[in-house]
Design a protein around this ligand. Structure first.
Ligand code: ADP
Ligand code: MG
Length: 363
């Protein structure tokens, strides 16, 4: 073997690696030049923002349009506020009778029903008559709670087990039955997460690798923002403009928050919010102000955050055990944070109060 060959064998590999490394550095550098753009639209009763970090703004624009179209399709399918939606139609035709269920809805309901079972019915997709009674399903905010008589009548008509049933026929199609006068589909606790997952799937199909779909604080992030992770703040449940925790997310992760501050009214000094406990017909009162769940997908995170909000800290943590890889940050009634192992995020120190008695001018 010639000296030249020997030298090549000795140094060829490292030289090749250096070449690869500089390629990687170059690519890394290219990804820094990704353009970051955000588009916001009003969908599903909330502001939905899609942010992409992608080399071609035009490609990103096209992908984002398709992702919004997909979310809008899901809203038309699953909203219980729109009388023309498929869910509203099912609410008219499935009460105490079997009726055909579109495959996509069947699949989502099956996922949700697993969480209903695991949460002993705390997560419930059949509460439409109750959310209507409370006025949380209409655009016009309620100002006072329903009467005791109305709540008792609802409780009487709501089955303790299996409020809604699915059956698969020989041709593999599914049928739905709503069991009782108090049951109607309301997918408000899971559909937003599903829409986020579908939007991410569309973005990926369109070649976008770095993005965040954020529906009013419920989100899924993929990839990175240029060369940095996505920075996500968790809102203070009692001060909308304050952030209490900061999560640096990258890769593929969802984070969904359920809180008593999202939809509520005050009546005689008491807060009545939109997450209802089916066992009492009242807003859940489990000692929590907010529940932020991190999970592999937004559908799971959405359903879990609602379920844990109803169950409270102890039972909620036990529910989480069924979902390896998911984690939670709870904020209790007293504002105390409780974090499960694996939750990505830092609790931020409270800004120190002003030192003088004069009205503060915070920067
Ligand atoms: P948001 O939609 O405000 O982010 P959630 O994901 O916690 O909050 O969902 C709350 C919505 O879910 C309510 O507005 C209602 O439509 C529905 N819902 C209320 N109580 C329950 C419950 N116990 N289980 C499942 N869904 C519920
Ligand atoms: Mg939810």
């Amino acid at each position: 073997m010639s000296d030249r060959w020997r030298t090549l064998l000795k140094f060829g590999l490292p030289l090749g690696m250096i070449a690869l490394l500089s390629m990687a550095l170059l690519l890394g550098k290219l990804s820094h030049s990704d353009s970051v753009q955000t588009t916001t639209r009003l969908l599903m009763g909330t502001m939905v923002s899609i942010t992409t970090s992608h080399p071609s703004p035009m490609e990103a624009d096209q992908a984002v349009k398709r992702a919004f179209a997909e979310m809008s399709r899901i809203e038309t399918l699953m909203s219980s506020h729109q009388s023309s939606s498929t869910v509203s139609h099912l609410n008219r035709v499935s009460r105490e009778t079997w009726s055909p269920l579109p495959a996509e809805l069947a699949q989502l309901l099956r996922r949700g029903l697993t969480i209903s079972t695991q949460s002993q019915g705390a997560f419930a997709m059949g509460l439409e008559p109750l959310t209507s009674l409370w006025g949380f399903s209409s655009d016009k905010a309620a100002t006072e709670p329903p009467t005791q008589t109305a709540l008792e009548a609802w409780l009487k008509g709501y089955p303790a087990t299996e409020p809604l049933s699915l059956q698969t026929l020989a041709d593999h199609t599914t049928q739905l039955r709503l069991n009782g006068p108090s049951v109607g589909l309301d997918l408000g606790g899971i559909a937003k997460g599903y829409a986020i997952d579908q939007a991410i799937a569309v973005l990926r199909q369109e070649g976008i690798q770095n993005a965040i779909v954020d529906a009013g604080g419920d989100l899924r992030a993929i990839g990175r923002k240029g060369d940095k992770p996505w920075r996500i703040g968790i809102q203070d449940p009692r001060q909308a403009d304050q952030v209490v925790a900061l999560s640096l997310l990258q890769g593929d992760i969802s984070m969904v928050t359920s809180g008593d501050y999202e939809r509520f009214f005050l009546y005689q000094g008491k807060r009545y919010h939109h997450i209802l406990d089916p066992s009492t017909a009242l807003p859940a009162d489990s000692g929590l102000q907010s529940v932020s769940v991190q999970a592999a997908d937004a559908t799971t995170a959405d359903a879990l955050s609602t379920a844990i909000f109803v169950l409270g800290a102890e039972k909620g943590m036990a529910l989480l055990d069924h979902f390896p890889g998911s984690a939670v940050l709870l904020i209790t009634d007293t504002g105390k944070p409780i974090r499960s192992a694996g939750f990505i995020g830092e609790w931020l120190p409270k800004p120190s109060p002003p030192t003088t008695n004069s009205p503060s001018k915070q920067p």
